[in-house]
Ligand binder design. Structure first.
Ligand SMILES: [Zn+2]
Length: 430
């Protein structure tokens, strides 16, 4: 069972058919983005304890029973569990799964999932040749509340479903990347409060251009008045670290470019960018006091990596404010490396991306972790794999408007970084 032929949620070309007909939220005319209300309860809270055992029939992820690091997840109408690490150590391995289940990705290169063994569970689907309980052909579930649900209706002429073809992974870095600036902000011998006071100090992003980044004038800034570019010292250090690491990693890649454009941060007094113009560009509780930064995606086929749309984003001729087709100009590999290096910091909270981008980055991260280009948290269950639909301290994205808790709209032209401060605090609408 080396190939699982079921479509990986949002990575399918036929996903378009699902989204046509969704009506985008009315835009209020502001330049704001959609980091909306998010439940910021303590980690682990808010997860409904599912009661349907593995192999049982389900409609939503929340119905499925999870154990420890293995969360319940509804896969095309059958309860599975997530693997305890980003990817399976081997096809059919048991190390990442509870007894009575084994690990395979849903598609080659995708995140690992624990498939229920037919001899250990009552199977509400179909037992396959490996003795796993697989979803029955044509089965489906509710895509508004289950991660792996879409596109089982048969395509209706939309063509074969399948994962995005990522092409050949680029070569791993040949340089050691030893000269990368550190992301570790601290005060030697300082108290936690002193460390927070220093590392949380709002500073202007300086210098404007550095190793692998360009904080260019954007959203009304000029080169002499970059009033939207104030950020916590520790966040500035982390972004410089990840950008430099990406530039180094990609030194021998024969596609794309490595200078990353930086967007909105906060104003000098910590207010939301645009506040001094009377037009705050973000919802309250985001982009305040330097906890958040908007950053471009690395791109292909364009001259630079400035903030711009990386996908079709209209429906019926109307602006949809999210990707409505595959993100064809996304530089998947650099973007994945960059986010993976951001995850090296214990202060990383999340990066939010478009719903059609998230699954592709997860697929790429599994490859980069396998080959050793990415290591550490990025390759654990708390890294790229910690996403489900949306919140969590991994990668955040919403795959449909119905399931939107803040990421579905306005992330088709940038990603959004949020951090935890030295005292463990986060903004209410990160
Ligand atoms: Zn943002």
């Amino acid at each position: 069972m080396t190939l699982r032929s079921i479509c990986l949620a949002a990575a399918c070309s036929t996903l378009l058919a699902v989204f046509v007909g969704c009506v985008p939220a009315a835009n209020d005319g502001q330049t704001g983005e959609g980091e909306g209300d998010v439940d910021v309860g303590a980690e682990g809270e808010g997860e409904a304890a599912g009661t349907v055992a593995m192999g049982g029939v389900c409609s939503c992820d929340s119905e499925c029973e999870g154990v420890g690091d293995n969360s319940g997840v509804c896969v095309y109408g059958v309860c599975f569990q997530t693997a305890a690490s980003a990817s399976c150590s081997g096809n059919g391995s048991t190390a990442e799964c509870q007894a009575g289940s084994r690990c395979w990705p849903l598609v080659d290169g995708g995140p690992g999932l624990c498939w229920p063994d037919c001899d250990a569970h009552t199977c509400g689907g179909t037992c396959d040749a490996d003795g796993s309980c697989a979803p029955s052909t044509g089965a489906t579930c509710d895509e508004t509340c289950a991660t792996n649900c879409l596109n089982t209706a048969g395509g209706e002429g939309e063509g074969e479903a399948g994962p995005v073809d990522l092409g050949t992974p680029p070569p791993a870095p040949t340089t050691s990347c030893a000269d990368i600036p550190s992301f570790e902000c601290t005060v030697a011998g300082g108290s936690t409060a002193a460390i927070e006071a220093f590392c949380g100090e709002l500073i202007v992003f300086d210098p404007r251009q550095g190793d692998g980044y360009d904080d260019y004038a954007i959203n009304g800034e000029t080169s002499s008045n970059q009033y939207r570019s104030f950020i916590r010292r520790d966040v500035a250090m982390l972004v410089k670290y990840a950008a430099a690491h990406t530039r180094c990693t990609a030194a021998n890649w024969d596609f794309g470019t490595s200078v990353l454009g930086l967007g909105d941060m906060s104003e000098q007094n910590g207010s939301i960018p645009g506040t001094s113009d009377g037009q705050p560009g973000h919802p309250p509780g985001s982009h305040e006091r330097g906890y958040d930064m908007d950053i471009a995606y690395y791109q292909l086929g364009v001259a630079n990596n400035r903030l711009r749309e990386i996908c079709p984003h209209t429906e019926g001729g109307q602006e949809a404010y999210h990707c409505t087709g595959e993100p064809t100009s996304l530089d998947v590999w650099r973007t994945t490396v960059f986010i993976g290096k951001l995850m090296d910091s214990p202060q990383y909270l999340t990066v939010g991306v478009d719903g059609l981008v998230g699954p592709i980055l997860q697929q790429a991260a599994a490859v980069l972790c396998d080959e050793g280009t990415l290591t550490g948290k990025a390759c654990t269950a708390n890294g790229f794999a910690a996403s489900r639909n949306s919140f969590g301290r991994g990668l955040s994205f919403d795959v449909s408007e119905a399931s939107d808790i803040g990421w579905f709209f306005f992330h088709h032209h940038h990603l959004h970084l949020s951090i935890i401060d030295k005292l463990g605090n986060i903004l209410p609408n990160w």
